[in-house]
Design a protein around this ligand. Structure first.
Ligand SMILES: C=C(O[C@@H]1C=C(C(=O)O)C=C[C@H]1O)C(=O)O
Length: 372
């Protein structure tokens, strides 16, 4: 008994030694692979070399005397090659301008005199589409009463069907601007065409890039070339990393004023329009210094769960929420099912304020005049 125990100990200590030798050999191998990577970088050749990998595997199998079978040897060495290749790739995260690594403090995006970000909790609200001045004014009046300042409205609508309402275009932007100026609000509106960027910045305070355009790289570049803040929504099938790369397109062109927005992703679930990826919020906050919002209307596509979803978003660390509000949702020209009316909107905001997740007012003037 004790003899076999000591034999076991002896064998295990030999394995410990071999592990260390393997580790040391792996480290030596890794250092060589990295040097090869540098040479390839200078020569501008591809890092992955499948022919070389196949030749090495053939050589190894030829020398294999067991006890591992050839397949196992192939598998183990393929893992080593894969890990080696990763050593040759650049660590993009480290160098991304949107990353927190070199920029630990939160970016505060200035929308005119309105700061967004750094956990201030901002609400962006307004109709899905601009339909008339009267419609926008009703929402704006309510926002003013509640001390909310960022008015949204779609003028250019990227609709799934070409037969659906496509928006009022420039006239929609004009309406938004007039109403916003009347109530001292800021305009957030989607732009879909890179050629419209110059026109847009005459009317809007924040350029929205919608989910369907998150990887429209020409649009991202155009948004990067202006100095108006950008509200960038996550594509419905985009990963968190792809959203950050999309933001990098804008920031790397010199426009550092970017707000990220999680708006739900496409899954098999049918009871919501999209599935809110709540973990994207803390992930984005962790990875990036940019403000992070949640569009609770698109994430759910329904009114009855907006409050708990908004609470979840704010509790998870979102810097704000976006919500679609229409004076008469039933007759809305787009997204009739998900927009809330003005009493529902005011109830949502007051419930959020009561919960302590949303601060009282974004508008110093409204706090002073309300006297409450
Ligand atoms: C190290 C190289 O780069 C990569 C890594 C390999 C490895 O780990 O052995 C082999 C081929 C390439 O995919 C190389 O080309 O030699």
């Amino acid at each position: 008994m004790s003899r076999s125990l000591s034999r076991l100990d002896e064998l295990r200590s030999r394995l410990d030694e071999i592990n260390l030798q393997l580790l040391s050999l792996m480290s030596k191998r890794g250092a060589i692979v990295k040097e090869i990577g540098e040479i390839k970088k200078k020569q501008g050749v591809q890092k992955f070399d499948p022919v070389r990998e196949r030749e090495m595997l053939e050589q190894l199998v030829k020398h294999n005397t067991g006890p591992f079978d050839d397949e196992t040897i192939r598998h183990l060495f393929k893992q080593i090659f894969k890990a080696s290749l990763e050593l040759q790739q650049d660590d993009h995260k480290k160098t991304l301008l949107v990353s927190r690594k070199d920029h630990p403090q939160d970016t505060v995006v200035m929308v005119g005199d309105e700061p967004v970000g750094n956990h201030r909790k901002t609400v962006v609200a307004g109709p899905c589409s601009v339909e008339s001045e009267e419609q926008v004014r009703k929402v704006a009046e309510s926002m003013k009463r509640q001390g909310l300042r960022l008015l949204r409205g779609g003028a250019f609508k990227p609709r799934t069907s070409p037969y659906d309402f496509q928006g009022l275009g420039e006239e929609g932007l004009r309406i938004l601007r007039r109403v916003a100026d009347e109530f001292d609000l800021k305009v957030v509106s989607e732009i879909v065409n890179p050629a419209d960027m110059e026109l847009a910045v005459k009317y809007v305070d924040v350029i929205q890039i919608g989910a369907r355009n998150m990887q429209n790289f020409e649009l991202l570049k155009a948004a990067g070339s202006v100095r108006t803040p950008v509200f960038l929504k996550r594509g419905m099938s985009a990963t968190v990393e792809e959203l950050l790369f999309a933001a990098e397109y804008i920031v790397s062109r010199g426009n550092r004023q970017v707000i990220l927005c999680e708006r739900g992703i496409r899954t098999y679930e049918k009871w919501t329009r999209n599935t809110l990826d709540i973990s994207a919020v803390p992930l984005l906050k962790q990875e990036s210094h940019l403000p992070v919002f949640v569009d609770i209307s698109h994430a759910t596509g329904r009114r009855d769960i907006l409050l708990p979803v908004a609470k979840a978003a704010l509790a998870a660390g979102a810097d704000g929420i976006m919500v679609e509000v229409h004076p008469e949702p039933a007759v809305a020209l787009s997204d009739a099912h998900q927009q809330i009316d003005i009493p529902q909107f005011e109830k949502l905001i007051s419930d959020l304020r009561e919960s302590g997740l949303l601060s009282e007012s974004q508008d110093p003037a409204s706090v002073a005049s309300s006297g409450k």
